[in-house]
Design a protein around this ligand. Structure first.
Ligand SMILES: Cc1ncc(COP(=O)(O)O)c(C=O)c1O
Length: 430
């Protein structure tokens, strides 16, 4: 990764400048969208050198695009990583990372509190392929106790969807380091480092659904993997990252601290073709430029509404790590910064009330996303987490009576009014 002159700048400066500079040919201040599938080589010798990796350069649009690379570099700068790869979706980012680390016969330890799509990835792809999945609650000691010498990854979410569970990342990273296991954190809810920076807590790599707060406007689907760059692959825990090639060089010899990012790039883009479009990457860059402002506003609204919902008679329970009574509150205070996230969940009397509440919402959109500038809500039990069986859903903190609410940028008074009328309808229905 080329030296980034903004790497020492403050977060707000990096979110606007890192990874991109005025275009040297046109003078364009905004990052141009490179709508191209391919790149002209200077000579046959140049083409061969670029393909051999002996010279930097763009090979082909499935693997390389300057707009997409600028987007990935900016996320790497915000998370404090050495390199990043942008992919077609958060799901593709998770899949490419797990495929980069695991092979049949390997073992992955995963928190029970994960997004339904991640659970599906294990069920449909990794487990049938021969990877052993071991699940444990999101506490550092429970996950740490599940690690063994065959474990190639420990997978958690920085703030779990939708339980709000926050693992003690410094302690978990210590357990993983002692066991020689890479720690991968899905930091989607950590908002590209504004709320949580897992690499600073000792994680090996970070995965994002850029569809959420990074984009921030519900306008594209994308994902990013960030390599923290300080895991020692030479110990051989992940054979694909320590085996020498025909010339006797290991991935670490060839790619230094970015060995994992390069493998994710090879698998996710070159091999699987889960390439992010440059148009989407441009939207990602636009979203990042206002990240801290948007996330701060949404977090403040979430905290205010969490307190207000806790007093509402129709609400049985509010799930938000910013509330004192949330089991992760104390850990969240240490592991997070600037706020406790833009998503809360609340339980009503029963499933019928939860569904009636969603049907009655007018300002809040009923849809399957989070991190939009517009507030959105859903019933995870019958949608995002439907692919899990009942006990898996309950272990992930999903119940039939739960509504998930992702706060956008509207005036909190208008959101309160919409929720109040929807809760009234739900109360009448229960
Ligand atoms: C925590 C988390 N990780 C990963 C994903 C998958 O991302 P995408 O929908 O961009 O594929 C999601 C999507 O909701 C998510 O919430």
């Amino acid at each position: 990764m080329p030296h980034d002159p903004h790497s020492r700048a403050a977060f707000a400066t990096r979110q606007v400048h890192a990874g991109s500079a005025p275009d040297p040919i046109s003078g364009s201040r905004a990052q141009p969208i490179h709508a191209t599938s391919s790149y002209v080589f200077e000579s046959a010798e140049h083409a061969a050198a670029v393909f051999a990796g002996d010279e930097p350069g763009n090979q082909y649009g499935r693997m390389h695009n300057p707009t997409t690379d600028a987007f990935a570099a900016r996320v790497a700068a915000l998370e404090g990583g050495v390199a990043a790869v942008a992919l077609a979706s958060g799901q593709a980012a998770s899949a490419a990372t797990l495929l980069a680390l695991a092979r049949p016969g390997a073992r992955v330890v995963c928190s029970t509190n994960v997004f339904g799509g991640t659970a599906t990835l294990f069920r449909r792809l990794l487990v049938p392929w021969g990877v052993e999945l071991v699940q444990a609650p999101p506490e550092a000691e429970a996950l740490g106790d599940a690690l063994d010498e065959r474990t190639v990854a420990c997978w958690v979410e920085s703030v779990a969807n939708p339980s709000g569970a926050v693992p003690d990342l410094p302690r978990l990273a210590e357990r993983c380091r002692d066991a020689g296991v890479p720690l991968v954190v899905d930091n989607t809810w950590g908002c590209a480092g504004y709320l949580c920076r897992p690499l600073e807590h000792g994680a090996t790599a970070v995965v994002h659904s850029a569809t959420k707060w990074i984009g921030g406007h519900g306008t594209f689907v994308g994902g990013v993997v960030v390599d923290g760059g300080d895991f020692d692959w030479s110990a051989g825990r992940v054979p694909a990252l320590s085996e020498p090639d025909a010339r006797g060089r290991t991935p670490q010899d060839r790619h230094g601290s970015a060995a994992l990012a390069v493998r994710v790039h090879e698998l996710g883009l070159f091999t699987l073709g889960a390439t992010l479009s440059p148009f989407a990457a441009f939207l990602g860059l636009q979203g990042l430029e206002t990240l801290d402002l948007r996330v701060q506003r949404s977090c403040d609204t979430a905290l205010e509404l969490a307190h207000w919902l806790a007093e509402a008679p129709a609400v049985k329970r509010v799930v938000y790590p910013g509330l004192l009574e949330h089991p992760s509150h104390e850990v969240a205070r240490r592991v997070m910064r600037n706020g406790f996230g833009a998503v809360l969940a609340f339980e009503l009397a029963d499933e019928a009330s939860a569904r009636a509440c969603l049907d009655a919402l007018a300002l809040v959109s009923h849809l399957a996303n989070i991190g939009d500038a517009k507030s959105v809500a859903i019933h995870p039990w019958t949608t995002t987490h439907q692919g899990m069986n009942e006990s898996e859903r309950r272990a992930a903190g999903v119940t039939p009576e739960l509504v998930r609410l992702s706060l956008g940028l509207e005036d909190p008074r208008d959101l309160r009014a919409d929720l109040a009328q929807a809760l009234h309808v739900a109360g009448v229905c229960s």
